[in-house]
Design a protein around this ligand. Structure first.
Ligand code: FAD
Ligand code: SIN
Length: 531
């Protein structure tokens, strides 16, 4: 057994930011399932939204967030996160993050931040490090963590399940006591015990066949919290990013919305700017609208993709502003300064998740959740671009403060070691791989950008069968990382479908042909699932 004061599951912006603050009060374990930098954070391109310009205001950022959220945001939470933003970003700068600055100096000779623009933002307010913002933030946070003697990182350790008093039996108020964790290199399950556990496990893009997310995004945190009895909300709101590179050799490569923010234009294969008649912001409309318009273009024409064209901008500007996108595309034989980029929508962000307060509290004492895994009410039915890094860094700070002001007693109950099946199965790899693919494809085909009740019900039936099969495997055989992740994507898929079936309307990212309009009775109503 490993005892700590704080157990942090995940090493993206949420987990690392929290760990740095918590380390001032006690010993912290960060458990992370691959290499420490491997996270959605590491791939974030566009940047982090916050009010830094004289032309901008908190009120405008709040308004844009509420408009994108389509009536479902929690307004006090939106206000709080946006108002806390500049202070938290100042801390990232103090850690060494060098956000891009404008070439020209201000009247008094000061270098100003180069604020980018993205879909749904009425002002320029995206702080970015060229087009590799997440990589730079992750690097700086990891550097700071490495200098903290109170923090230990366990790489290649995959959290399997939360340990709660309720699960152990014995009565008393429920409480989270830690987690069982699979030490992948050694093939053993360890017990991590702590009075506070923070879920910072990120999102679930891998539930879908096409995604911008890296392989770590298998919804483990939502699945673990659900199994532990926490409330999960609004999982129907999966954000599809409109512009993922379409190329046979490219796996999950995003073309940042900032490309459209700098003037990139969407065209169909006949060269028509199809966003013209769809929304006043055209190619820079909120993501749900752009993704649906692309989906419709592709379905109407039978084309495999649409074009994103930035060739009208000077080549040196494109190469300087988007070096990662330029170089990556060039590696696939595509010079984006000369040719339009083939793009398709792909699953990108989970707006729902484990229901929390703005301080990261779940409804299980001792269990906090921050970042993409959590549902605070900031995003409502559709996240405004670049609001997620902001939410993660603000809520991580608030959670650390909340815990410092409300300390929990040490864990004194005895916790049994993990019980696992004994058998090895030679067929396992093929069955696990088959079920993975089946779930991801059925989610893409039946629970994608445009839904119907019939397709959702079909998906639900298939998922019940798959769940049974996975359950058998799970208890009979020795656990492997693939099997553990498969169990989680199956659970999360089921929760997305359950939430989607609960909502008899179209709102934000949830669009169903059976209820094509928003229903005012459902404004401000969250879909909730609990075990
Ligand atoms: P993550 O950064 O995903 O970290 C999750 C961590 O948990 C990882 O370390 C992972 O290994 C670990 N983990 C997961 N499961 C387990 C487990 N069972 N056991 C142990 N460890 C586990 N948002 C913006 O605001 N601006 C952007 O410009 C932007 N661009 C993006 C570009 C791309 C390509 C992608 C994919 C996302 C982008 N987003 C952006 C979204 C944003 O990056 C994420 O929402 C945010 O980084 C999530 O941070 P997080 O700390 O919650 O999770
Ligand atoms: C992007 O750069 O387009 C991603 C921004 C985001 O997801 O917030």
């Amino acid at each position: 057994m490993k005892h700590f004061d704080y157990l942090v599951l995940g090493s993206g912006i949420a987990g690392l930011s929290f760990a740095l603050k918590a380390a001032a009060c006690g010993r912290v374990a960060i458990v992370t399932k691959k290499d420490r930098a491997e996270s959605n954070t590491n791939y974030a391109q566009g940047g982090i939204a916050a009010v830094f310009s004289k032309e901008d205001s908190f009120a405008l950022h709040v308004r844009d967030t509420l408009v994108a959220g389509a009536g479902l945001c929690n307004e006090p939470v939106v206000r709080q996160i946006i108002e806390d933003g500049p202070a938290r970003i100042a801390e990232l700068i103090a850690l060494g993050t060098q956000f891009s600055e404008r070439e020209a100096r201000s009247e008094n000779g000061v270098r100003e931040l180069d604020l980018g623009r993205e879909g749904g933002h009425s002002k320029r307010r995206i702080l970015h490090v060229k087009d590799v913002t997440g990589r730079e933030i992750e690097r700086r946070l990891l550097q700071a963590v490495a200098a903290q003697p109170n923090i230990t990182i366990f790489e290649n350790h995959l959290a399997i399940d939360l340990i709660t008093r309720q699960k152990l039996g014995g009565g008393g108020e429920n409480r989270c006591l830690g987690a069982y964790v699979f030490d992948k290199p050694n093939g053993v399950v360890e017990t991590f015990v702590a009075p506070v556990t923070l879920l910072a496990t990120g999102g679930c893009g891998k539930v879908y066949l096409y995604t911008t997310n890296p392989d770590i995004a298998t919804g483990d945190g939502v699945a673990m919290a659900y199994r532990a009895g926490a409330t999960v909300a609004n999982m129907e709101f999966i954000q599809f990013h409109p512009t993922c590179l379409y190329h046979p050799k490219a796996k999950s490569f995003l073309i940042s919305e900032a490309v459209r923010g700098e003037g990139g234009v969407l065209r169909n294969l006949r060269g028509v700017e199809f966003m013209e008649g769809v929304h006043p912001l055209k190619s820079l409309a909120p993501r749900d609208i752009v993704a649906r318009a692309i989906d419709s273009e592709i379905k109407k024409s039978g084309a495999t993709h649409v074009w994103l064209d930035i060739t009208h901008k000077p080549a040196p500007f494109i190469m300087e502003r988007f070096p990662n996108i330029y170089q990556t595309c060039l590696g696939y034989g595509l010079d984006i300064t000369k040719e339009p980029i083939p793009v398709v929508p792909a699953a990108h962000y989970q707006c729902g998740g484990v229901r929390t307060t703005v301080d990261g509290q779940t409804d299980i004492p001792g269990l906090y959740a921050v970042g993409e895994v959590a549902c605070t009410g900031l995003h409502g039915a559709n996240r405004l671009a670049s609001n997620s890094l902001l939410e993660a860094v603000v809520c991580a700070h608030r959670a650390a403060q909340h815990i410092a002001g409300n300390p929990l007693p040490p864990v004194e109950v005895s916790i049994p070691a993990w019980q696992s099946g004994e058998a090895c199965n030679a067929d396992e790899m093929v069955v696990v791989a088959h079920n993975w693919n089946e779930i991801r494809r059925l989610m893409w085909d039946y629970v994608g950008i445009v839904r119907t009740t019939k397709r959702l019900e079909r998906a639900q039936k298939r998922l019940v069968n798959l769940q049974q099969e996975i359950h058998e495997y799970y208890w009979n055989f020795i656990v492997t990382a693939d099997l553990l992740e498969l169990r989680n994507i199956a659970t999360v898929a089921e929760l997305i479908v359950q939430c989607a079936l609960q909502r008899p309307e179209s709102r934000g990212l949830h669009f169903t042909l059976d209820f094509p309009d928003a229903n005012p009775d459902w404004a401000q109503r969250n879909t909730v699932v609990r075990r």
